[in-house]
Design a protein around this ligand. Sequence first.
Ligand code: COA
Ligand code: NAP
Length: 268
Amino acid sequence: MSEPQNFAGRHVFVAGGSSGINLGIAQAFARAGARVTVISRSAERVEEAAAGLRALGAQALGISADVRDAAAVDAALRQSHAQFGEIDVLISGAAGNFISPAAELSPNGFKTVIDIDLNGTFHVLRMAYPLLRKPGASVINISAPQGVNPTMYQVHACAAKAGIEMMTRVLAMEWGEVGVRVNAISPGPIADTEGMRRLAPSPEALAGMLASVPLQRMGSVQDIADMALFLSSPQAGFVTGTVIPVDGGSSLRGGRDMRASFVPRSAE
Ligand code: COA
Ligand code: NAP
């Protein structure tokens, strides 16, 4: 689907927007006329991403910031606000993941994923709140099937994404009265992404992943971008507090056993 919506002049801020699914979302909004800021840790990658967005004809900013650092997130949001005004669409998608049995996961390994995914999402939403357009802003968190499906060797990601999904519902209730909608997208297996490289590191694991999708194909980055555009459009004006799976039906299969995908770190 191409972008039917018109986001001309709208301000879109994408946390974790320098690659993969989140960059695809940023590009879709850029093609739809928005002014787009992407943030992530790597200064080189955000600048490259912003240059790509400008090549699509958009005004774009790339800012290096770690979502674990609330002050850095705040500064990035203020810089973006100074340049592009109130934020119309806020995407929180920064994440880190790896496969590890819980019994081998260090406390810092668990904390790291919680800090990036869950605390990072709170930082992005909390610091953005004063700068959001009210009424009218659309906030979208990026979750994952792990948010509802118990997934072996993913205790860190499951806990983090479950927290993000509950945060989505709570903030939809709190911020509904000022006209801010808060939703989440839960992508299924998306082809050619870092997430898939980590969760399905072998051809066998990838084939298993594909076989679990009722629609019998991997998702594309565009599948997720299309849902982000829809959720931010007037057509979704009465939609808030939802977590929408965009997964070809794969979440219908429930929990997942990732043991076959585990590569001990000594073997990496
Ligand atoms: N298995 C088990 N533990 C792991 C691990 C793995 N594969 N990779 C990292 N860890 C642990 C580390 O050992 C460390 O814990 P320790 O201090 O007890 O040894 C802790 O996690 C932090 O690792 P570090 O490399 O310092 O973290 P970082 O902040 O530099 O990077 C990660 C964060 C680990 C999540 C890294 O993989 C990353 O940057 N990911 C972003 C990209 C990504 O994951 N994309 C997919 C999104 S779904
Ligand atoms: P990706 O390309 O690795 O994207 C992750 C992004 O987050 C990168 O831009 C990364 O850039 C940034 N990031 C990581 N840690 C950060 C931090 N501490 N602070 C700021 N930015 C940080 O992975 P992806 O596979 O496209 O995943 C994107 C999102 O989709 C994630 O939320 C993931 O959980 C979700 N998801 C993916 C799949 C899939 O099939 N791939 C399925 C379900 C859900 P830097 O390294 O420069 O920081």
